[in-house]
Design a protein around this ligand. Structure first.
Ligand code: FMN
Length: 184
C-alpha cells in the first residue's frame, strides 16, 4: 500500500507541514509506504501550464506520485475561508485518473477562533469532483497545538490523527481489494 501525503501550504515555516510530517510518521509506524509532496518546496507552474511547463520536474513528480498512490492524506491551511491557492492549483492538474475511488483523508491548519472548517468543506467538495472517497472523519488544528518549530505536539491532536490514519489505512486496504475485483 502506498499513501501520498500532501502539504498544501506554500509557507517556508508552516503549521500545515507540521500536520503532514506527523501524518507521515504515523503512517510509517503502521508499516505503510509513504510518498510525501510538499507544496512549500515544490514549485508548480500555474494551471494551465504551457507546453514547456509540462516538463516541469515538480509537476512530473506530482503526476507520478498521485498515479502510484492507493490513498491520500491531504492537508491545507485555511486561507480566506478556503483551501490554499497552491493546493487548489495542484489539484487542478490532477483528475479522476489519479483519484477515482481512492480514499482521501483531509486536515487543516487554522488561525484559531474555530476556523478551518471552511477549508475542510472546500477540500471535500473539490475532492468529490476528482471522484475520491473522502473520509467522513477530518482534523483541524489551532495555533496552540504547535510548538515554536511548528511541530504538532498537542496530545489530543496526535490521538485524533492516529484514529484518522488508522481509518485511512483500513479503507485503503479494503478499497484496493474492491478495485482489483472491478478489474477482473
Ligand atoms: C492569506 C491568509 C488568509 C487566512 N485566512 C484565514 C481564515 O480564513 N480562517 C482562519 O482560521 N485562518 C486564516 N488564516 C490563518 C492561517 O490559517 C493560519 O496562520 C495557519 O496556521 C496557516 O497555516 P500555514 O502556516 O501552514 O500556512 C489566514 C492566513 C493567511 C496568510
Amino acid at each position: 500500500m502506498n499513501i501520498l501525503v500532501i502539504n498544501g501550504s506554500p509557507m517556508e515555516k508552516s503549521r500545515t507541514r507540521g500536520i503532514a510530517k506527523l501524518v507521515k510518521e504515523l503512517l510509517e509506524e503502521k508499516g505503510v509506504m509513504v510518498a510525501y509532496y510538499d507544496l512549500g518546496i515544490e514549485k508548480l507552474p500555474l494551471f494551465p501550464g504551457d507546453e514547456d511547463n509540462k516538463e516541469n520536474d515538480s509537476l512530473q513528480k506530482l503526476y507520478k506520485e498521485a498515479k502510484e498512490a492507493d490513498g491520500f492524506f491531504i492537508t491545507s491551511p485555511e486561507y480566506h475561508n478556503g483551501m490554499s491557492g497552491v493546493l487548489k492549483n495542484a489539484l487542478d492538474f490532477l483528475g479522476g485518473t489519479h483519484f477515482k475511488h481512492k480514499p482521501a483523508a483531509i486536515a487543516a491548519a487554522s488561525g484559531g477562533s474555530k476556523g478551518g472548517i471552511n477549508a475542510l468543506n472546500n477540500m471535500r467538495t473539490v475532492l468529490r469532483g476528482l471522484y475520491a472517497f473522502v473520509l467522513p472523519d477530518q482534523f483541524v488544528s489551532d495555533p496552540e497545538c504547535y510548538d515554536e518549530n511548528y511541530d504538532l505536539v498537542d496530545r489530543e491532536s496526535v490521538e485524533r490523527l492516529q484514529v484518522i490514519t488508522d481509518l485511512l489505512v483500513d479503507l485503503t486496504e479494503k478499497l484496493g481489494v474492491k478495485q482489483e475485483q472491478n478489474v477482473r
